[in-house]
Write a protein that binds this ligand. Structure first.
Ligand SMILES: [Fe+2]
Ligand SMILES: [Zn+2]
Length: 400
């Protein structure tokens, strides 16, 4: 018997304390509470959360719900309920893939791979042409974004009219007032991307309540000299902060940092915008693991925080910026025509070196895909190539 079979093979099912205990052939034991099982019955009446067409309501289920009988039948468990005689069937694979023991929840949780500047020697790179033709190559690109927070792209379109083809590999474009933004030399500059100055690592658009997810960055025409792209792993930076300065780390998970943006009409779709958000720099998930990092020094507005926290907060901000700006964490890409980057704006910070404008002028497109749409593309693609991912729990970013 291979290990996969053993994992999904039920050795024994026992009714215990009104719930179900399952002993699996690989030795794992699962405990399912009666209310959890009853609420997830997917019979024709009860329905499924996949489409939210459901007949079951919590008030239909008695508070002292318990299992009258459970019986293993092939690769499923059949249950009869004590209160109303309702019957439910649960697939063994489904049960194991949703077992909520601490051990199995840890197995299902996706773990990002943290990195420092040494990843620059061998960064993930995928050809746009290959990824467009071969779902496995496309999956390699999306998996790199999931695992490392970025993927370098080569062989990408160089005409602005074809720009959406790279975005579509990741998911539907998020429509903001910027649209697909062309970073270039402009007469009236109020977007720093349109200058030729060096930019320290930063997150984009921290002033939004729903921060942008995956940035799709394409070089149509590189600058004459300079203008190299830089990336920093925000997760590795805050891991170092947590290890060395736990009080600063803790503060940055709790204290809201205000970010503002007043966007003039000529910058985008012709409409003026005025955004403000107040959110901590570091987002933790319910297990206490980092799920998002968001900081743009240039967008920090007057802080609205308790007066006792002002100096500690500024001290913590200096500390995390020292780490984020440390060359030991930074990788630098000299992206040519038809090259680009996909990166997770809720994990990585990006910047660029200064450049001199040549002729033709540097022209770079930037647009984005929401994190949930990226996750959706990833799941659908994994299903297409036959990877079972129904139970993988992906990092939910900064906004939730
Ligand atoms: Fe930026
Ligand atoms: Zn049912």
């Amino acid at each position: 018997m291979n290990t996969d079979n053993a994992r999904y093979e039920i050795g024994k099912s026992i009714v215990s304390d009104g719930g179900l205990r399952v002993e699996w052939v690989d030795g794992h034991q699962s405990r399912f509470h009666a209310i959890w099982l009853r609420h997830q019955c997917t019979c024709t009446f009860c329905g499924t959360p996949h489409n939210a067409v459901r007949g079951i309501r919590l008030h239909h289920i008695s508070h002292d719900i318990s299992i009258a009988s459970a019986e293993v039948s092939g690769h499923s468990v059949k249950i009869a309920w004590s209160d109303d005689g309702h019957r439910s069937v649960y697939d063994a694979r489904w049960l194991r893939d949703h077992c909520y023991s601490k051990q199995e929840r840890q197995v299902r949780k996706h773990r990002p791979v943290l990195w420092d500047s040494s990843i620059g020697a061998d960064p993930p790179v995928v050809s746009f042409k290959l990824a467009s033709a071969d779902p496995h190559a496309r999956l390699a690109a999306l998996n790199a974004v999931r695992d490392y927070g970025f993927c370098k792209i080569v062989d990408a379109p160089t005409e602005a009219g074809d720009a959406s083809k790279l975005i579509e590999l990741v998911g539907p474009q998020r429509q903001t007032h910027y649209g697909t933004y062309v970073l270039s030399g402009k007469k009236a500059v109020d977007n720093v991307g349109d200058t030729t100055a060096a930019l320290d690592p930063h997150s984009d658009e921290t002033y939004r309540l729903s921060t942008i997810g995956i940035t799709v960055f394409q070089v149509l025409q590189p600058s004459a000299t300079g203008g190299e792209s830089t990336l920093v792993d925000g997760f590795e930076a805050v891991r170092r902060l947590r290890e060395g300065w736990p009080e600063d780390f803790d503060l940055l998970t709790r204290v809201p940092i205000t970010a503002h943006r007043i966007d003039t009409a000529h910058n985008s779709d012709g409409q003026e915008r005025w955004y403000t958000s107040r959110m901590p720099v570091i987002k933790l998930d319910c297990d206490g693991d980092v799920s998002g990092v968001r900081l743009n020094e240039r967008q920090i507005a007057p802080l609205e925080i308790d007066e006792d926290l002002v100096e500690p907060c500024y001290s913590a901000l200096r500390r995390v910026l020292d780490i984020l700006y440390d060359p030991d964490l930074r990788i630098t890409f000299s992206l040519g025509r038809g090259e680009g980057l996909l990166f997770d704006n809720q994990r990585l910070l990006h910047g660029r070196t200064a450049f001199t404008q040549g002729s033709p002028a540097r022209s770079v497109l930037t647009s984005s895909v929401n994190l949930e749409d990226f996750h959706s593309s990833l799941r659908l693609l994994q299903r297409q190539v036959g990877v079972d991912t129904i139970s993988t729990v992906l990092c939910q970013g900064i906004s939730v």
